[in-house]
Design a protein around this ligand. Sequence first.
Ligand SMILES: *Cc1c(COP(=O)(O)O)cnc(C)c1O
Length: 405
Amino acid sequence: MERLAIHGGTPVRETPIYYGHQCIDDSDIDAVVGVLRSDYLTCGPAVAELEQKLCKVTGARYAAAVSNGTAALHAACYAAGIKDGDEVITTPLTFAASANCILYMGATPVFADVNPDTYNIDPASIEEHISEKTKAIVAVDFTGQAAELDRIRSICKKHHLILIEDGAHSIGTVYKDIPVGNFADLTAFSFHPVKTVTGGEGGAILTNDESLYQRLSIFRTHGITRNTKFMDLGMEYAQGHDGREEWYYQQIALGYNYRITDIQAALITSQLKKLEKFKLRRQEIASKYNEAFSNFPGIVLQKEIPESDTTRHIYLIQLNLDELTAGRREIFDALKAENVYCNVHYIPVYRFPYYQKLGYKKGLCPCAEKLYERLITIPLYPAMTDGDVDSVITAVKKVVGNYLK
Ligand SMILES: *Cc1c(COP(=O)(O)O)cnc(C)c1O
């Protein structure tokens, strides 16, 4: 057997490859430079253009662009009216922001377990966790594959809950012919550089509901509005004004500065033009991985559901530890020595010290905890060459093969 690089052998790759990387071309650069040469760096036309583009891509009626995906989730929770004393059900196998946004509102995150095959939140576990206090569900499309949205939506209908979709992984994914962004009551996107479409930082919330949209619009800019339509909602005008002066604005709620700049917005709009191309290349790479690993001992693949036409954000291999002589940590380190830099998605949120202090206990979601011990995220991004993909496959087979019982 070939000697592993971690044991002094020759690495499969000469240079490192990372699990994700942005994909920027000259048209993206031109879009940003165009804004820098224009009159508006923020609150200008590029933001409106991005919002129109997002509506076009998703088919949703309203889009509110914000400064990042976490702000998008916070705004969605605000618009949904989540408050102190409410419970909101979400998955532990996600980035902390999916649950933190619930805490921001003074509400309690309740963690439902995941499906052991798809890794997405399990609708049956959601039902088990519904109480009198449940107000909403934050469903995450983990790895880009849509959660079981139909079942989750019927649970929401039955119990009068609001469905918030964390689509940070899943822009471009289509569930039963409906694009993500046009399914849930509110969908949050992130445009962080590891995501499929980036603005450096950036986020957006999509909705079809006008009153939710109004709440999003106010929340992202201090709770302040110049819109006389909002001002007329029974609000009293500040002393000495009739609200009709051209310079007048009104603060009608306690919002934040979650605005996005025109620089970021232009970059995201430019990136969105390539979404289909990114999606296809991501799917192509995922298929190559599926083919390479589907019958490889020691590796279990994530189950793909036919309802989701997935923009694959990250590709995970699950280690079958029963067949291996090493744990995830050793295999992760051995891959790194081969110059394949992986990642792990995710430490179950409630296992963080902050959540432990809030009283969440180990063992709460056994499937998520078991998966956490076994998952490794291997490189996947559109700019990878076929040679890169082959080298990752070679390295994974070399390392996992080496540790087979
Ligand atoms: C990236 C991410 C977020 C947060 O987005 P930011 O733009 O980094 O704030 C939220 N949820 C999930 C699942 C994510 O992957």
